[in-house]
Design a protein around this ligand. Structure first.
Ligand SMILES: Nc1ncnc2c1ncn2[C@@H]1O[C@H](COP(=O)(O)OP(=O)(O)OP(=O)(O)O)[C@@H](O)[C@H]1O
Length: 868
């Protein structure tokens, strides 16, 4: 039997709720037997019941036994659960007091069923950005939980999210919102025991899943999974509403896509408190700025402009008790009359578990999915944006087509961001209000799109140079953009509440998107002002170290031929003249970095972005020194290093992996290249026996390695002895740097017998060696256990000074932190004094030309230390 409202209402006694329920038990069983199904679902939804509780109830024989089971469980759970139950009960009571309406009739029930079947059919397939014919994907098999949060997010949280990378970005997402996450059904339920929300606004950035959430609601409703408060859900999209140019009535609007309701629409409207109207994509509405109209339509048959009908529904002037769910990107919500919204919810996308789930559902083969997921997890930059389902989807489709980036393109980060940009441009400009496609003129369309992209790019570029990630709506460059529809695809808006006023703050969805747009602007604009790279070239120094790394990588990728071609199909661009000057500049820079041993990692990324193996032929440095030290290397960093080293064969004069957090696995991956190294620096990493085993194998057969640096790597006797095995057959090693480890005199003595002839020094200062033992070691030919060996240390000092010379300011500070610390107490040794006075000189010169205040301050501090 179908459940109707309660026929009789029970007076609920005062006092303890549990006790009251016990007293009312017999009557409740009578009253609730017809409602038990939906009641249990509601209890589950409010987290009063667990899934196990529900199972316990549902396996009882018959509805009366189920009610009794519910009451038993509530009794065990205590007061809070009993109160929640009571509030549900009261709602049923209230419904019971209302006059028995047509809703009860069998005919009405049949229409509900028919409508549900229609929604079920319409929502059973998932439509992706680029689904093609024959690619029917079942919604239920592909839907992944979305994080849906009630209430607004603070600016502080926003700021963190924009800047955080990779895993950190994704877990921030989860942590910040854990407390407020709700399920889609809870949007409509009365969580606070007050009145249920009737007018609900769901917002979130482009591609975050607003439309998919709507589909989820329709699908669940069609499948009788929840939403029992509603008899009908009517789905309207603003994209469709835009096509209506004449006055229209609500009845006509509904019937356009719901002909099956033609005969029964009166009943649907008559029961409007059981009706949910979903309006999807407010930001796409042609008239979204005119919604605060005061001209209302109050009857469902009254004709009016579409905007009047929409606004009347939102404000409750038309079908006052009907529920309305509105979705919109954040940038347009300022045009929704504030007073009409009861509940505000934000979709924040996926956290790590959901991203993984998405991959599993996408690839439909768990093994493959997990492999692909690992590819993404290893790529910080790619992972960063995966909180947006739309991006996740694009990444997956690219991974599928390119077999995990191993064979075909796209291969680089810029490729992925460009695909994302193109997909959004394509998907969200079609039929979009005021979009160029409306003009039906390809040329004009391209023009407008290009202008918008250029304007967005200019904003991104200028704000990047000013180190800004949040842009206030009052600034003219933002105001100029705010009215543009396409802009909402890429900008996010947060409204900040200040005492007495509120202010809109814009940001790109993520900082990386801003960096990407800034680079795009640099490519598209003939004379960007200021020209960041120009000033670098002219002034001969980097404007802001590190800060522009990602901008440069994107720039290189965007200047590559393949991305220029892809983009030119969607935005107006000639072959950028910048590419002609950029490549010689990049190659020239890489050449000198290889020769002087300065930090090269970001340049290698730029080189990788080009994906042009022929470039390697043009690059012939006199020596190959690869310095990537003092940066925590991510798997994608190793990828670009290996890419470069594969193209440049021959000896590697120096590979500096100091302080990179290199793992044993990465070392294993790098093994083929280690054989080619003449000098290998692995200091300041935690190395274990397995890592030593790898190095021992390299030492056994290398014909190249003359210097191996393992200072401060936390190795003790055990690890050292594993390494030493490799020395037995080695004939080329000259210097082994073991300073700052835990090796004992015993360990060192044990290897003394088979140290190869070639070895001239083994530096063992700061190990587990007493002064006396150090003395003994110093007397053996190659051990150096203090600073008295001038030859060695002068050589070391020269290397340090050269490294300082070629380091940019940021790297220099990191480096000075280490070398200024070492041994002030050794000042009386001759070479130390000379070394420090040269260092002081170098710092002075650097201070003179330093334009960055914070760096200058740090340099002055070092100077103070050294000149005491
Ligand atoms: N919950 C989800 N489960 C699986 N895939 C999802 C989910 N949400 C979104 N997606 C994927 O992301 C894509 C974009 O989602 P959707 O169109 O719902 O975003 P949107 O927020 O409506 O974006 P816009 O504001 O640009 O219209 C979908 O086509 C789908 O591929």
């Amino acid at each position: 039997m179908a459940a109707g409202p309660l026929a009789v209402s029970l007076p609920v006694p005062e006092g303890s709720t549990c006790r009251s329920l016990r007293e009312l038990r017999v009557c409740l069983v009578d009253q609730l037997e017809d409602h038990i199904g939906s009641l249990v679902e509601q209890l589950l939804l409010r987290d009063v019941f667990t899934r196990d509780d529900r199972e316990d109830v549902l396996c009882q024989p018959g509805p009366r036994a189920r009610v009794r089971k519910v009451l038993d469980i509530l009794d065990c759970k205590g007061e809070e659960a009993a109160s929640s139950f009571l509030s549900l009960y009261r709602r049923l009571q209230e419904a019971g007091r209302e006059p028995v309406r047509q809703a009860q009739s069998a005919g009405y029930r049949k229409v509900i069923e028919k409508h549900k079947q229609t929604l079920k059919r319409r929502s059973e397939c998932m439509l992706f950005y680029n689904t093609r014919h024959g690619e029917k994907i079942l919604f239920s098999e592909h839907y992944v939980n979305l994080l849906l949060v009630k209430g607004h997010c603070s600016l502080e949280v926003k700021k963190h999210e924009i800047l955080a990378f990779g895993q950190q970005r994704i877990s921030l997402q989860q942590k910040a919102q854990e407390q407020r996450v709700i399920k889609p059904q809870q949007l409509f339920s009365d969580l606070t025991h007050s009145q249920a929300a009737k007018k609900i606004l769901v917002t979130g950035v482009a591609g975050i899943g607003k439309t998919v959430l709507v589909q989820k609601i329709l699908c669940d409703f069609g499948n009788n999974q929840g939403y029992f408060n509603f008899d009908f859900v009517i789905h309207l999209t603003f994209r469709d509403l835009n096509l209506i140019t004449k006055p229209v009535s609500l009845r006509e609007l509904v019937l356009r896509k719901n002909r099956h309701l033609a005969k029964d629409l009166d009943s649907v409207f008559a029961n409007y408190e059981k009706l949910l109207i979903v309006l999807d994509g407010f930001d796409e509405f042609k008239h979204y700025r005119a919604c605060d109209t005061e001209e209302f339509v109050t009857e469902e048959d009254e004709e009016g402009e579409v905007v009047q009908i929409v606004s009347s529904l939102m404000r409750g002037e038309l079908l006052p008790e009907a529920s309305v769910l509105l979705t919109s990107r954040p940038t347009a919500i300022g045009y929704i009359p504030i007073g009409c919204i009861d509940c505000f919810a934000l979709i924040t996308g996926f956290s790590m578990a959901e991203i993984k789930d998405f991959f599993i559902k996408y690839f439909q083969d768990e093994g493959l999915a997990l492999r692909m997921f690992e590819v993404v997890r290893a790529n910080e930059l790619m992972l960063t944006l995966c909180f947006i389902p739309g991006f996740c989807y694009i990444v997956c489709s690219i991974l599928r087509d390119s077999d995990g980036f191993s064979t075909k393109s796209p291969k680089t980060m810029t490729d992925i961001y460009t695909h994302y940009l193109v997909a959004l441009l394509r998907s969200h400009t079609q039929n979009r209000a005021g979009s160029p496609h409306d003009l039906g003129n390809e040329e004009e369309c391209l023009e407008q799109l290009s202008d918008t992209v250029l304007n967005l790019g200019r904003l991104a570029y200028q704000k990047l140079l000013a180190h800004d990630t949040l842009f206030y709506s009052c600034s003219p460059d933002v105001r100029q953009l705010a009215g543009n529809n396409l802009v909402s695809t890429f900008l996010d808006k947060t409204t900040v509440q200040e005492p007495g006023c509120s202010e809109d703050v814009y940001s790109f969805t993520h900082f990386t998107i801003q960096e990407f747009f800034a680079a795009l602007y640099y490519v598209l604009e003939d004379h960007p002002s200021p020209d960041i790279l120009e000033s670098e070239v002219v002034l001969g120094r980097e404007v802001s170290t590190g800060y522009l790394d990602l901008f440069r990588r994107f720039l290189s990728g965007l200047l590559s031929e393949r991305n220029q071609q892809l983009l030119s199909r969607h935005v107006r661009m000639g072959r950028s003249r910048k590419a002609d000057s950029y490549l010689p500049w990049l190659l020239g820079d890489i050449r000198s970095l290889c020769e002087n041993g300065a930090f090269i990692l970001n340049h290698l990324h730029c080189f990788f972005e080009q994906q042009d193996v022929s470039l390697a032929l043009e690059l012939n440095p006199t020596s190959l020194r690869i310095n990537v030290s003092d940066d925590n290397l991510a798997p994608m960093d190793y990828g670009v290093i290996k890419y470069f080293l594969n193209l440049k064969c021959g000896d590697i004069h120096e590979l500096d992996l100091t302080g990179t957090n290199v793992s044993t696995k990465s070392l294993m991956d790098l093994k083929p290249y280690l054989f080619r190294c003449q000098k290998l620096w692995l200091g300041e990493n935690n190395l274990d026996t397995e890592a030593m085993q790898i190095l021992a194998e390299v030492l056994q057969s290398t014909r190249n390695m003359v210097q191996l640096g393992l200072g401060w790597t936390n190795i003790g006797d055990e690890e050292f002895l594993v390494l030493a095995e490799g020395l037995r057959t080695n004939e080329v090693l000259q210097g082994l740097w073991l300073e700052g480890n835990n090796i004992t005199f015993r360990g060192l003595s044990a290897v003394a017998d088979f140290i190869p002839f070639s070895v001239r020094k083994i530096i063992v200062i700061w190990n587990n060696v007493s002064e006396e033992e150090a003395e003994k070691l110093n007397n053996r030919e190659c051990f150096i256990a203090d600073f008295s060996n001038d030859d060695t240390w002068i050589g070391w000092g020269d290397w340090v000074l050269q490294r300082c010379e070629v380091s940019n300011n940021e790297k220099l500070v990191t480096f000075l932190n280490k070398v200024c610390n070492i041994s002030i107490y050794c000042m009386e040794i001759g070479w130390v004094e000379t070394f420090y006075s040269k260092l002081t000189e170098m710092i002075r010169t650097r201070i003179d030309v330093c334009s960055e205040d914070d760096i200058r301050r740090k340099l002055v501090k070092f100077l103070d230390i050294l000149t005491v």
